[in-house]
Every structure is written in C-alpha cells, then in structure tokens.
Design a protein around this ligand. Structure first.
Ligand SMILES: NC(=O)C1=CN([C@@H]2O[C@H](COP(=O)(O)OP(=O)(O)OC[C@H]3O[C@@H](n4cnc5c(N)ncnc54)[C@H](OP(=O)(O)O)[C@@H]3O)[C@@H](O)[C@H]2O)C=CC1
Ligand SMILES: N[C@@H](CC(=O)OP(=O)(O)O)C(=O)O
Length: 358
C-alpha cells in the first residue's frame, strides 16, 4: 500500500477525496490537513459549522468511519517525506506556496490551477493525454525535485476535452464554441455561492473560467514535442455560467471539423474511443468512459451525474450543426467533483503508479 495524505480535506473536493480513498486497493489515507480553522479537531468536528452546528457534508454517502476520528493537521505539520504521494485540494494561491515545498521530496497530484500553465507541467486527464506524463520526469530534473506537481484540469475543461479527443483524432477540429451551465459545488465551500444569489437565477460570469478552459483544452489536446507540449492548433471560445444545480457541469458544444462529420459517425467514434480507452483496467476507471444518449432529453444532471459513480462523461443531443460547413453540436455532462477533480485525481494516481512514474 502507498501512504497518502490529503491537504484541503475538509473542502468540497477534499470530502470527495476522503470517499474516493475509502478502502482503496493501492492507497492508504493516513493524514488529512486543512486550514488553521480546522487544525487540531477530529475530522467529523472540523466539517461542522462552528456557528450553526450544521454538518457541512454534501455527499449522498455518509462520512466514512475510517476518517471520522482522524485529527486534522496544519499544513506546516505535514512531513512530506512520510508519504508516497500527496493529494492537494487547495485554493490556487495556497497551492502555489505549499505544492513546491512538498514536491521537493514527494509527488503531488493537485486539483488547483497554480502550476497548470508552466512549461514543464502537463495537465493530465487519464485516458486522453497519458503520454504527456513523461513531462513529469523532465520537471523533476529541471527543478531538482524527487517528486513533482501533476495538476488536473479545471473541471469544466475535463468533459469537453474528453469528448473532443475522438473528434479531433478522426475528423480534425478547426473551432469550438462552448457555453457551460456549471454546478454550485464547483465554486467550493468557502465562501461558496450564496443561496440568495443563485436561487431562481443564472449567473453569466465565473471569474477566470473561460480563459482557463480555452488555454487548457488546447494544451491537453496538444502534442508532445521534444520535451514540451505544442498546443493543439484549434480555436476555442466559451461562455461559462453558474446555475442552481448541486453537482455536474452541463456544456453545450459546437465543433467545426476539418473533414465532414455526421452525427452517427461522431457517435461511433466516441463509443469506439470509450471502449478502447487506455485506462479501463485501473481500479477507479468507469465501466463506460463516454456514454452517448439518443434520447433528446438527456443528459440531465439529476438523472445522469452519478452514472458509474460520476466517472462517465455523458453526451446527448448529438446532431449536425447548421451554421458551419462541416460541423456538429452536442450537450455533455461531467461530474465536477468526481471525474472533474477528486476521483479523477485518484484515477490519475493509479495511472502514474501503473506507468512506474509514481
Ligand atoms: N469544487 C470543484 O468542483 C472543483 C475544484 N477544483 C479546485 O480544487 C481546489 C479546492 O477546491 P474546493 O474543494 O472546491 O475548495 P473549498 O473552499 O471547498 O475547500 C478548500 C480547502 O482548503 C482548506 N484551506 C483553506 N485555506 C487553507 C490554508 N491556508 N492552508 C491549508 N488549507 C487551507 C480548507 O480548510 P478549512 O475547511 O479548514 O477552511 C478546505 O479544506 C481549488 O483550487 C479549486 O479551484 C478543481 C476542480 C473542481
Ligand atoms: N471554477 C470551477 C471549478 C474550479 O475550481 O476550477 P479551477 O480548478 O480551475 O480553479 C467552477 O467554478 O465550477
């Protein structure tokens, strides 16, 4: 068993880590850390609001027994050399300080944006750009670290990159337009989205989100070239909105392809990709990587987000686009806290262990 720690374990993503690592075959969670507010408390007390007494646990699954009485540490009390791997779920400004300290001795898998845009840092989605993981060895060498920082993408990027990959490989892509309808949990717990702002409402702006999705999609779909990633030569433009849905990001995607692509062919490519995806034998991999619905009323977050425990990207409304000469359009749903962050991070850890990079 590899010994792991989770930093930011009391937050929205941290809670999902605690679930994803419960009785894991390869990884044993032995220490959890969070801010000074939580440090010194038992995990079960740290996730209770100190003023209202409300348990701030937003999962359908109960708090796992193994973690309830673990005492939450301060980040400064973590000795990274005691772990084989550290998962971090911190806000980007905190991650920027903490992650390189840990990476000196220990691999770090991060859900934060802090290092995503650096040259020697890949943004990894297991099954989509596994070959970019080789950059981690270069990062180790460049920085003189025994470990590395391996970030996941922004959770809105994940579903889009997963669905674009089979289209890019088979038909080529010129342009992508996307509008997202993002869940509340994407904004995290502290401070999170205030109920009075979002009830009966749609907020048409999420700071920095559109730029992140545009840059990350091209990097993830790019080619490894002499020890660096050449971004995929496609244009991406998006509008990101927040909607009153608890979990699961829905995205409306328009793709201009290089070659003619009809909806049936694209569906076939997506399903073929899903069936042959590289990571299908890893413990956390879903039974179906991509599912494509013919029912025009799917995907819906309430019905579809828990499919294969939130690890499947669900596509529907796949049809020819009428504005592009060559184009298709579809709607996708991706669970922002499962495949889009914590559970996707555990899947990435499995991939890196399987490839002897961990
Ligand atoms: N939510 C989502 O769907 C996704 C989030 N992400 C990214 O993952 C990261 C975590 O997000 P999320 O879980 O939503 O955020 P939350 O605000 O819900 O949780 C933040 C966590 O960090 C801890 N923390 C805050 N300040 C410090 C500090 N100075 N030192 C140590 N720990 C600290 C908090 O502890 P305490 O409880 O004690 O305050 C809490 O455990 C972010 O970078 C986010 O952008 C990425 C993809 C999806
Ligand atoms: N910003 C995303 C989630 C997120 O945390 O993104 P990032 O990891 O890029 O900061 C959302 O609001 O749904």
């Amino acid at each position: 068993m590899l010994k792991v720690a989770v930093i930011g374990a009391t937050g929205a993503v941290g809670q999902e880590f605690v679930i994803a690592l419960n009785r894991h075959k390869w990884f044993e969670l032995t220490q959890v850390a969070a801010s000074e507010r939580s440090a010194g408390k038992k995990y079960i007390d740290a996730i209770r609001d100190p003023n209202s007494g409300i348990l701030r646990w937003h999962n359908r699954e109960e708090v796992p027994e193994y973690v309830k009485n673990m005492v939450v540490s301060k980040v400064d009390d973590i000795k990274p050399e005691n772990f084989d791997l550290i998962f971090t779920a911190l806000e980007s400004d905190d991650a920027k300080i903490v992650e390189p300290k840990f990476a000196k001795t220990t691999p770090v898998i991060s859900t934060a944006a802090a290092f995503r845009y650096e040259q020697d840092v890949p943004i990894l989605i297991p099954g989509i750009n596994d070959n970019h993981a080789e950059l981690l060895n270069l990062q180790r060498k460049n920085r003189g670290w025994k470990g590395f920082v391996a970030p996941l993408p922004n959770c809105t990027t994940t579903g889009m990159a997963i669905t674009l990959k089979p289209i890019l490989d088979r038909f080529g892509i010129e342009k992508v337009f996307m509008t997202s309808m993002q869940a509340l949990s994407g904004a995290g717990r502290s401070p999170g989205v205030i109920a009075l702002d979002i009830m009966d409402n749609v907020i048409p702006y999420i700071p920095k989100e559109e730029e992140k999705v545009q840059v990350e999609t091209k990097k993830i779909l790019g080619a490894m070239n002499n020890g660096s990633i050449a971004p995929a030569p496609l244009k991406v433009s998006c509008t990101c909105t927040r909607v009153p849905v608890l979990d699961g990001h829905t995205e409306s995607v328009f793709v201009e392809t290089e070659q003619t692509a009809d909806a049936e062919e694209v569906k076939k490519e997506m399903l073929k990709f899903s069936k042959n995806v590289s990571i299908k034998d890893l413990p956390t991999a879903p039974k179906d990587y991509i599912v494509v619905h013919d029912d025009p009323t799917r995907p819906q977050p309430r019905i579809d987000r828990e499919l294969n425990d939130g690890m499947t990207t669900v596509v529907g409304r796949l049809r020819k686009d009428t504005a592009f000469d060559n184009g298709i359009k579809y709607v996708l749903l991706s669970h922002n806290e499962k495949m889009g962050s914590a559970k996707g991070a555990v899947l990435l850890a499995e991939l890196l262990k399987d490839r002897n990079i961990l």
